[in-house]
Structures are given as structure tokens and as C-alpha cells.
Design a protein around this ligand. Structure first.
Ligand SMILES: Nc1nc2c([nH]c(=O)n2[C@@H]2O[C@H](COP(=O)(O)OP(=O)(O)OP(=O)(O)O)[C@@H](O)[C@H]2O)c(=O)[nH]1
Ligand SMILES: [Mg+2]
Length: 317
């Protein structure tokens, strides 16, 4: 049996979303490959203590704002410069620190735009993490049906100004004509903010109306046997079978709901955070928590392994 190495990993992120990668120095296994700063958790240390120590040793900084995120297990095969091993990576966001960054181990540094990384190769265990980072922490879902068009568009403008980057249009009550008109208005508003929009509908409809993405409801998800091409694709899931299907299609992300009880599904009591965490930690695709969410739940959702939160009513307050 290979040994399992516990590792604390720091995603140093600036307020513009860019994050730091470092090249693994010569003399270590996988030298030259890009990774997040971090290292092995020593005996008696908590993951967070190891994170701070590694940041001090490798980068010369002391993290002051630390948010626990995903844990990820990965089996490394033996290579010419490293033995086979299993790692359990504990990822943390580090959004503030004291001191100046210095490459204390002779590494190179590269700040990466979340959607346009420009260094390679990156350690293979990190691929799903980098994909998750290309998605923003908040996914808003439209609510024209309850708010009316005028109030909804005003709220959308406010949220775009606040940094909204991902939006689902979910308005099945509208006629085709009304949906086409609303879509045109919304896509026009979102474009200058680079906010990506997904239509809750079919891939054909989404493409025809000019959306960047499609959001599949759980029924549509289960009838697809391949990921629709040329679109960002998300799907709604309510159980582990649906999550497993979304992962097998390699969709860009899943929504798991309802985490908490919500007015739109009064009959469902909610999964609760414990089951949410258990299900999400077995997956590679990013998952948003949906159902009873509001902005104040974001840090809890991240700590439970979510990419972030999705909100319908809570997104437009
Ligand atoms: N630091 C870091 N390690 C990672 C990442 N992804 C990943 O699979 N790992 C693996 O986790 C382990 C971390 O070990 P490390 O070499 O950084 O450990 P360390 O800083 O304590 O140094 P050491 O090698 O001198 O003991 C390595 O097996 C590495 O391949 C990542 O993004 N950052
Ligand atoms: Mg290290």
C-alpha cells in the first residue's frame, strides 16, 4: 500500500480573482511542474498551522485571512524522480497576508487569471481545482416570475455593478417571444460585465438565443448521454444518482438542492450541510449549494466543499 500524505495548500487570491502558482523547485519530485504554494502537514500540526508555516517558509508571508475549502485525494504513480504516493490535499483560500512575497525555495511565481491560466504543466491533482476556480462563488437565478420585469432588471443592474459573474435565466412561464425579448435585454446588459448567462432550457434553445451556456434541469440532465457541445453546461441535481450522471458527462458544474428548506419546494425538508458535504466531497466537478441560500452562507458552503452558492430570491435583495 502507498502511504497517504496530508498536505496544506494555499490559494493566494487577489481581490481581482487572480491566484498565485509557483513552479516546483529542482531537487523535489515533479520538479518544474506548477502548483499552489504549500506542503506536508507535520505531526501535531493542524492543516491551518501547516498552511501558515509553509507560507512563511516558501513565500516569506504570513496569511491573515484564511478560508478552508475543498479536500482532494489523489494517487500519484511512481515517476523517474518521485515514488508512488497518495496525497490528501487540504485547500485554503488566502485572501490577505502580511509581508512581501519572495520565492524562498528558488521557485518561479505566476499570477493566473481564473479563466486564462498561462503556465503549464500544472500538477495533475490540481486540474479540477483550477476548473472550479474558473467559476465565480455566486450563481444567481432569475426571478422575473415573482418580481416582474422592471424590478428584476433593476436588481440585475445592481448585482452586475456588485460583481455578479454567472446568471441563469429560468422563466418557463414566458412565451417564446417574451423569452427571446427578455434574453436579448439581459445578454446586452451582462456583456460589458463579462457575466456569463445560461438558459434553463434545451441546448438548442440556448444557442439559438445567443446564450454562452445552458442549465439542464434534473429531468433533462438524465436524458443526455453526452455533454452538449460549445456551451458552458450546468445541471440541477437532487440526489447522488443525478450528481454521478452530471460528473460522468463532465459537465462544468452541478447545483445540489435543496440544502435548506425553501419556499419554492415547501414539500422538501432540505438535505442539510452534513449530507451536502458528504456527497460533494466524493465528486470532481464543482457544485453550488442551492435552497434557502443567502450571501451570508457563502463561507459555510465553501467550507463544506462547494464552489459557492446559488440563489434565486436571495440573489436580488
Ligand atoms: N504544495 C502543493 N503540493 C501539491 C499540490 N498539488 C499536489 O498534488 N501536491 C502534492 O502534495 C505534496 C506536497 O509536497 P511538497 O513537496 O510541497 O512538500 P513540502 O513543501 O513539505 O516539501 P518537502 O518535499 O521538502 O517535504 C506533493 O506530493 C505534491 O505533488 C499543490 O497544488 N501544491
Ligand atoms: Mg511545498
Amino acid at each position: 500500500m502507498t502511504k497517504c500524505v496530508q498536505v496544506a495548500v494555499a490559494i493566494l487570491q487577489k481581490s481581482n480573482g487572480e491566484y498565485l502558482l509557483a513552479s516546483r523547485p529542482q531537487g523535489k519530485g515533479w520538479a518544474g511542474w506548477w502548483e499552489f504554494p504549500g506542503g506536508k502537514i507535520e505531526q501535531g500540526e493542524s492543516p491551518e498551522q501547516a498552511l501558515i508555516r509553509e507560507a512563511q517558509e516558501e513565500l516569506g508571508i504570513t496569511p491573515t485571512q484564511i478560508q478552508p475549502w475543498i479536500k482532494r485525494r489523489y494517487d500519484y504513480p511512481a515517476t523517474h524522480d518521485a515514488e508512488a504516493k497518495t496525497v490528501l490535499l487540504h485547500f485554503f483560500f488566502v485572501t490577505a497576508w502580511q509581508g512581501e512575497l519572495h520565492p524562498h525555495e528558488g521557485q518561479q511565481f505566476a499570477w493566473q487569471h481564473p479563466q486564462q491560466g498561462n503556465v503549464s504543466p500544472v500538477l495533475p491533482a490540481n486540474a479540477p481545482i483550477m476548473h472550479a476556480l474558473s467559476l465565480p462563488p455566486v450563481y444567481a437565478i432569475s426571478n422575473v416570475a415573482e418580481m416582474g420585469t422592471t424590478a428584476f432588471l433593476a436588481a440585475l443592474q445592481r448585482q452586475l455593478d456588485n460583481g455578479l459573474q454567472l446568471l441563469q435565466i429560468r422563466e418557463s412561464q414566458l412565451s417564446d417571444d417574451a423569452l427571446a425579448r427578455l434574453s436579448e435585454t439581459i445578454l446586452h446588459m451582462c456583456a460589458p460585465y463579462h457575466c456569463r448567462c445560461l438558459l434553463n432550457g434545451t441546448p438548442e434553445q440556448a444557442k439559438q438565443l445567443g446564450y454562452q451556456g445552458v442549465h439542464l434541469n434534473s429531468h433533462r440532465l438524465m436524458v443526455h448521454s453526452q455533454k452538449p457541445d460549445h456551451l458552458l453546461v450546468g445541471a440541477s441535481c437532487h440526489d447522488q444518482t443525478q450528481l454521478a450522471h452530471a460528473q460522468s458527462l463532465q459537465l462544468d458544474f452541478a447545483l445540489l438542492s435543496p440544502v435548506l428548506p425553501t419556499p419554492s419546494h415547501p414539500e422538501a425538508s432540505g438535505l442539510g450541510w452534513e449530507r451536502f458535504t458528504e456527497w460533494v466531497n466524493e465528486l470532481e466537478i464543482p457544485v453550488y449549494a442551492l435552497g434557502g441560500m443567502q450571501a451570508s452562507y457563502l463561507l459555510l458552503a465553501l467550507a463544506c466543499g462547494a464552489r459557492g452558492i446559488a440563489m434565486q430570491r436571495g440573489g436580488w435583495i
